[in-house]
Design a protein around this ligand. Sequence first.
Ligand SMILES: Cc1cc2nc3c(=O)[nH]c(=O)nc-3n(C[C@H](O)[C@H](O)[C@H](O)COP(=O)(O)O)c2cc1C
Length: 201
Amino acid sequence: MSDRGGIFAGDDPFAIARSWLAQAEGTEVNDPNAIALATVDAEGLPNVRMVLLKDIEADAFVFYTNYESAKAQEIEGAGKAAFVLHWKSLRRQIRVRGVVSREEGPQADEYYASRSLKSRLGAWASQQSRPLSSRLALMAEVAKVTAEHGPNPKRPPFWGGYRIRPLEIEFWADGAFRLHDRFRWQRSNLLHDWHIQRLNP
Ligand SMILES: Cc1cc2nc3c(=O)[nH]c(=O)nc-3n(C[C@H](O)[C@H](O)[C@H](O)COP(=O)(O)O)c2cc1C
């Protein structure tokens, strides 16, 4: 790819994503790692919500959530998800579409343990996505799990990570007069090499 350089340089899309995120950490007001995560339900109706991207690995993006939540059910049903990262301060976006698997081993334990005690207990207390009668009922649940699990709670079995392995990653940067730069990395399956193309804005 002859005319790909600057912020798009290099052939490893995960390295580019890491580098853009590191830059956004210096420019965004908050949550530079917030992603809009898209899933699709059993009827094919799309759904989207923000989550925090916690890891960019050699071949995957990782976030954490409740395995009984709406998003988890949609992910488990389809086996696929997409997300977008958008940084207003940099005027850039990264779009990812891929296949999803759970991260519920030692890595999830380690991330869970790194969170504040209140967040760890909150994960136990929240039946994420299910109806809740009142704020008071949630606080009562927090008190209950605090008594049950004490100061060093284990990771709940219903809470952990998801790893998105991309089939497509697109990097977009704002250009003058809406003539933006777009480059897409694409592979037909996870074992294939990336095919890189510049796209029309
Ligand atoms: C900036 C931001 C970050 C969030 N991060 C997470 C997250 O990492 N994990 C999570 O489960 N929910 C996170 N949430 C809450 C989700 O957007 C959502 O409300 C919740 O996960 C339930 O979604 P669901 O019912 O579609 O499963 C975040 C919300 C915002 C606004």
